[in-house]
Design a protein around this ligand. Structure first.
Ligand code: NSS
Length: 431
């Protein structure tokens, strides 16, 4: 049997086909039964007229429950009012696996119930749309860097050292070698890659033992991290804005159907075009003060601070030159004013906050040694990283974009947990 999916039906108008999938919904009206078949590629209304099918098929439709797996046969008709543009004039239905009492019904369920049933919840139309958008974002990310001559370089996940502070490390015993940590970021390895290959990116799972229960934190999330030799902070911001514009504009064109399923108002996403405003940290503090926020210079921006700053603009905003004290050990200080790090965060609009964090890296061996001491990090674990400053050190920059924060923003979700197939959070590691 030729395998045909709902997304292929355009090629089969007027022909009899058999499709396999699941019973999404059904209803009756006198001598007609309507079922909606879903197969992961789309939804198809199948119409069964009493006169056209056996009594047995009619009874089967009556009996089987939502999410029974089935094969339907019939003639493909063009039907412009139907989702996908086709309908099936059905002649047969075969049951592959009969199901009753599927736990997720079209009625409302609580979020904990849905998360407990995430393995089934993924079949719902909104979750299918989110997964398709996530997949397309991943492809856009790869296409963007591949087309610019970057080399994808996979960093290790088990690592001997911290990157983003020691308070969020997942620790594990590594044979006789002592502790190993799940990577918080591939950045340090990307730096080695940039000095070998010029332009690289890493893309994979990263881990933070986040004690926070916010809607913006997962303990396991995906991050893409470009790193470029000879780029300074400004080059880094140029790359970040071009990258983000490319992702959002690609999704608006290629995933319009899915955004509609999610009822996403895309007017603000249309604005995601270069140039993005570039705001010095001091200006951001001024914006907060003008809006009556009692913000102390020298702190990092919190979630509500980020929202307030980003509300002043109609597109993502890049806040740069954060105080060095709140930023990571590897960031280069501004040679004109050592208080500041050559750092940049990109804040997404509509309250989504930081989706990119990046910086120019400290490329001077002695300064980097000082930072490692200040941050109480074990120098021995960083000797390999220090070698990058001993042998052919160059100015270089990069950033990390959180995949789930990006997907969550583009899809208009209220929490990161729906932007990843199986979310991991402080209070959840199942299913
Ligand atoms: O901590 S970051 O701000 N920066 C880094 O990890 C750098 N080492 C990246 C680099 O320069 N190569 O994280 C970067 C992004 C951040 O903006 C978020 O979008 C995302 O990673 N991120 C997270 N997403 C989900 N959950 C958690 N806990 C999380 N932490 C960071």
């Amino acid at each position: 049997m030729q395998k045909i999916t709902i997304s292929d039906l355009g090629k089969f108008v007027g022909q009899e086909v058999t499709l396999q999938g699941w019973l999404f919904n059904k209803r009756s009206s006198g001598k007609i039964k309507f079922i909606i078949l879903r197969d992961g590629t789309g939804y198809l209304q199948c119409v069964y007229f009493k006169g056209n099918v056996s009594e047995e098929v009619f009874e089967t439709i009556e009996r089987i429950g939502q999410e029974s797996s089935i094969a339907v046969t019939g003639k493909v008709k063009e039907e412009l009012r139907a989702p996908g543009g086709h309908e099936l004039d059905a002649t047969n239905l075969e049951v592959i696996h009969e199901t009753h009492d599927y736990p997720i019904t079209p009625k409302e369920h609580g979020i904990e119930f849905l998360l407990d049933h995430r393995h089934l919840w993924l079949r719902s139309s909104k979750q299918v749309a989110i997964m398709k958008i996530r997949h397309r974002v991943v492809k856009a990310i790869r296409d963007f860097f591949d087309n610019k001559g970057f080399t994808l370089m996979d960093p290790p996940i088990l690592t001997p050292n911290a990157v983003e502070g020691t308070s969020t490390l997942f620790e594990t015993q590594y044979f006789d070698l002592g502790s190993a940590y799940l990577t918080q970021s591939g950045q340090l390895y990307a730096e080695a890659g940039a000095l070998a290959l010029g332009k690289v990116y890493t893309f994979g799972p990263t881990f933070r033992a986040e004690k926070s229960k916010t809607r913006r934190h997962l303990t396991e999330f995906w991050m893409v991290e470009p790193e470029v030799a000879f780029n300074d902070l400004n080059d880094n911001m140029d790359l970040a804005e071009e990258f983000l514009e490319y992702i959002v504009q690609t999704i608006l064109v290629e995933k319009a159907e899915e955004l509609k399923v999610l009822e996403r108002d895309t007017t603000k996403l249309q604005n995601v075009k270069r140039p993005f405003p570039r705001v010095h940290y001091d200006e951001a503090v001024e914006i907060l003060h003008k809006n009556g926020i009692n913000f102390e210079w020298g702190n990092d921006l919190g979630g509500t601070d980020e929202t307030l700053v980003s509300e002043q603009f109609d597109r993502p905003v890049m806040v740069h030159h954060y105080p060095a004290v709140v930023k990571a050990f590897y960031m280069k200080r501004d040679p004109n004013d050592e208080k500041y790090a050559l750092a940049v965060d990109v804040l997404a609009p509509e309250g989504y906050g930081e989706i990119i964090g990046g910086s120019q890296r400290e490329d001077n061996l002695d300064f980097l040694l000082e930072r490692i001491k200040e941050h109480n990090l074990p120098q021995s674990a960083f000797e390999w990283y220090l070698d990058l400053r001993r042998y052919g050190s160059v100015p270089h920059s990069g950033f990390g974009l959180g995949l789930e924060r990006t997907v969550s923003w583009i899809c208009g979700l209220d929490h990161l947990r729906e932007a990843i197939p199986f979310p991991r959070m402080i209070y959840r590691n199942t299913p």
